[in-house]
Design a protein around this ligand. Structure first.
Ligand SMILES: N[C@@H](CCC(=O)N[C@@H](CS)C(=O)NCC(=O)O)C(=O)O
Length: 220
């Protein structure tokens, strides 16, 4: 998997779906970007932060809109799914990685792999405290573990039901929402963590096949 960041992986998938040429740059922390988060890009001398705004600016610049064939109603559904994945399900994944002890023990070495080893333990404590605050500010972190996993399983069920037997979420061709879904679902389903949300997702054969389809078509 090229990135453990769902939003970086989303942008990577979007660029591959649209065929816009790019070069990946890896950084140890998200703080150098214009919004202090990943991903961010540099294009024609401008720095742009936030995957959504990056995609909008690339669409304007390159005129390649993978949603071009969608009706207004389909675009509305696609946006709603995107919000579900990015603004809700994403936070259950953050909880599983950062707050569940068994996962955190291995994940901290991955997420902080670019931080020099001698200062990593201190950075881990500070970073984890920051993520706990983010989870509480969002509201997801106020729920019990069982509640968070129930929320995540419900979202996974909705996505799998909506996908049904279609090749891609909006039909026969990959559109922008598939980039988001790929970024988030890969980071739930194909990572070495213990999570009832991962278990639920792996039981949905259509979701497993969907990720394999995107993987072989765009990340072979
Ligand atoms: N809305 C942003 C979300 C980006 C985001 O949350 N990125 C995470 C990595 S997956 C990040 O940089 N987190 C660091 C932090 O919040 O300090 C987008 O679409 O790009």
């Amino acid at each position: 998997m090229p990135s453990i960041s769902p939003f970086c992986l989303k942008l990577d998938a979007y660029l591959r779906i649209t065929g816009i040429p790019f070069q990946t740059v890896v950084d140890a922390t998200p703080f150098r970007g214009p919004k202090g988060k990943l991903p961010w890009i540099e294009h024609e001398g401008k720095k742009i932060g936030d995957s959504g705004f990056i995609i909008e600016s690339l669409e304007n610049r390159f005129g390649r809109d993978p949603n071009a064939s969608l009706s207004a109603a389909e675009r509305a559904v696609s946006l709603s799914l995107r919000r579900l994945l990015e603004e809700n399900l994403y936070w259950t994944l953050v909880y599983d990685r950062w707050m569940v002890e068994a996962n955190w023990r291995s994940f901290r070495n991955v997420v902080l792999g670019g931080v020099p080893a001698p200062i990593r333990p201190v950075v881990a404590i500070v970073a984890r405290r920051g993520v706990r605050r983010q989870l509480q500010g969002h509201g997801m972190g106020l729920h019990s573990s069982e509640e968070i996993h129930a929320i995540g399983r419900k979202d996974i069920g909705a996505i799998a039901d909506f996908l049904g037997d279609k090749p891609f979420l909006m039909g026969g061709a990959a559109t922008e929402i598939d980039a988001t879904a790929y970024g988030v679902l890969q980071n739930i389903m194909n990572v070495p963590i213990t999570s009832p949300i991962q278990d639920a997702a792996l039981q949905r054969a259509n979701l497993v096949a969907y990720l394999e389809r995107l993987q072989s078509r765009y990340f072979a």
